[in-house]
Design a protein around this ligand. Structure first.
Ligand SMILES: [Zn+2]
Length: 362
């Protein structure tokens, strides 16, 4: 998919995937149309057809491409768009993050939705901006330290970055930020040994982008299962630190405010209600590690624990105890001592049991 038509394709997929309860087909069509800003209608194509037919999307994007004209290539249009951006052709569009670009691009597209005329080059460019924004979203990564999203274009989240030109950093001083960074790095050095895997539904990928877009663009029309909200509320109730971050009691808030408060206070780039379940669980484990890091200045215990975790990694790769000892430059009796002390048969068992104990506690 090229960036020129991907903007529409992503919007199309997100809107047609969004099942709308028991609404009749007419309502479904009109909601679909509203969400894609009347693009099919403005291309002179019937909407109902698009909701169901996959080939229809190809037909539609082909028609979009034809608007560019037979004598110009898409690449040339892309260059023209770049020039237009550089010359300030989109004064109200913020190109700082994929999120701001998407928000502003989509609002331009919405402004054009009521135009009766056929689609023009300008609409096409706006769709390109949306395509670029979506591509930016696909590059998002989690913070190098913790389970929050990294600020787009950065490796760290709003909590751990030391950059001071961000809106979220206004509340903290430079020294507070360096302290957060140093503590984050320390906690990450232990936490990341255990929790490197990220479930596919948490990542933003070609398959999960639709849901992310739905939550980002049409948040207010999404329904959230009662059990999901209860689960998340339970996680909040169990953690004093999370309650402290949120500052307010979420239990009485309307559902949209509930998730907005989580987003504002914990992770400004997480828009998906269902992902908060995983995120809060991981953040609570993270906090457990943080508490341990703060309450354990006893270097010796910490040092031996890091050795144990390293050794268990080698053990899982199939190295024998003698090989591990040699590789890590420790004495074989150190490994035997660990097994005796923790009463386990293998080094990985030690790590697993300890992690399970921690997870149960928090
Ligand atoms: Zn972080």
């Amino acid at each position: 998919m090229d960036v020129c038509t991907s903007g529409y394709a992503y919007l199309h997929a997100a809107s047609s995937e969004l099942a709308i309860g028991n609404l009749g087909i007419k309502r479904k069509e009109s909601e679909f149309n509203e969400r894609v800003c009347n693009i099919p209608l403005r291309l002179g194509l019937p909407t109902g057809y698009f909701l169901k037919n996959e080939d229809a999307l190809t037909g539609l994007t082909d028609r979009l491409k034809r608007i560019v004209g037979p004598r110009t290539t898409l690449e040339k249009q892309m260059r023209l768009l770049k020039n237009a951006i550089e010359e300030g052709g989109f004064p109200n569009v913020q190109f700082t993050t994929p999120h701001s670009l998407l928000k502003d691009g989509y609002s331009l597209l919405k402004d054009r939705a009521s135009y009766q005329g056929l689609i023009e080059l300008y609409d096409f460019w706006v769709l390109m901006l949306i395509g670029l924004a979506c591509e930016g979203l696909l590059e998002m990564s989690l913070c190098k330290f913790c389970p929050r999203w990294a600020i787009p274009g950065n490796k760290l989240c709003t909590q751990h970055t030391v950059k001071c030109d961000l809106p979220s950093s206004l509340k903290t001083t430079v020294s507070e930020r360096s302290k957060n960074y140093r503590l984050g790095r320390l906690v990450a050095s232990r936490y990341n040994y255990f929790f490197t895997e990220i479930p596919a539904e948490v990542k933003v990928s070609a398959t999960t982008l639709s849901y992310y877009l739905q939550c980002f663009l049409w948040n207010h029309s999404l329904s959230v299962r009662k059990s999901l909200r209860e689960h998340i509320q339970h996680q909040i109730d169990e953690s004093d630190r999370i309650k402290e971050w949120l500052g307010v009691n979420l239990a009485d808030l309307p559902v949209n405010d509930f998730f907005q408060t989580l987003k504002d206070n914990i992770d400004p780039y997480e828009f998906r209600p269902s992902v908060w379940k995983w995120k809060l669980k991981r953040i609570r484990l993270w906090l457990r590690f943080e508490e341990q890091a703060l309450s354990q200045p006893k270097k010796k215990a910490t040092k031996s624990w890091i050795l144990i975790v390293k050794a268990s990694g080698l053990e899982r790769k199939g190295f024998s105890k003698a090989e591990i000892a040699k590789f890590m430059k420790i004495s074989p009796s150190t490994i035997s001592n660990w097994l005796v002390r923790y009463n386990e048969n293998s080094i990985s068992d030690i790590v697993e049991t300890q992690v399970r104990k921690m997870s149960n506690k928090y």
